[in-house]
Design a binder for this molecule. Structure first.
Ligand code: PNS
Length: 171
């Protein structure tokens, strides 16, 4: 059993298409728990996204620059290999509702089987944000609903630029 490293590095992986206040809450709390937190965007050509990986990283940087121990990066391949290459010993994930649990458990157990020295730590989403998902933000925005307070203002501005013809309900 390896001992606790002097400097604990955690990876917070995800699609972040785009980052929401729910993600940001986890970044903020994670930044207080770990010596270094790397928020890393999965490069997945197979999955259709609204924003490119570079745009998502830019959006993340715009909001996490206030945390000196938080970095933004991207990865492909196996998450545990990426974590190990960065000397990270923790994978950070958020759980909103019981519906997230099954998928998260499966991932955590698979990652543990691949690399038992890397631990997955789950944080319960802040109840104020537990209903927010990137997918729903895009859907509501596309149909003209308000997403104010669900995503950082810089992300909302980008959504307006990316989807200028969304069904705005504004007069
Ligand atoms: O935000 P998401 O889409 O729920 O994040 C999913 C993510 C990026 C954590 C997951 O798809 C992932 O880790 N992919 C990398 C490939 C991998 O390591 N697979 C094996 C473990 S399931």
């Amino acid at each position: 059993m390896s001992r606790k490293p002097a400097h604990v590095i955690a990876i917070y992986p995800g699609s972040f298409d785009p980052i929401t206040h729910g993600h940001l809450d986890l970044v903020e709390r994670g930044s207080r728990m770990f010596d270094r937190l790397i928020v890393s965007v999965l490069r997945n050509e197979a999955k259709q996204s609204l924003f490119s990986v570079e745009e998502r990283m830019e959006m993340l940087r715009e909001v996490v620059h206030v945390y000196p121990n938080v970095d933004v990066d991207s990865f492909d391949g196996l998450l545990v290999d990426y974590a190990s290459a960065h000397s990270a010993t923790v994978l950070l994930r958020g759980i909103r509702a019981i519906s997230d649990y099954e998928y998260e458990l499966q991932m955590a157990l698979m990652n543990r089987r691949l690399r038992p020295d890397i631990e997955t730590i789950f944080m319960m989403a802040n109840e104020a944000y537990s209903f927010i998902s990137s997918r729903m933000v895009k859907e509501v925005f596309g149909l003209g609903g308000s997403i104010s307070g669900l995503v950082p203002p810089s992300v909302e501005a980008r959504l307006h630029r990316r989807m200028p013809n969304h069904q705005s309900k504004e007069a």
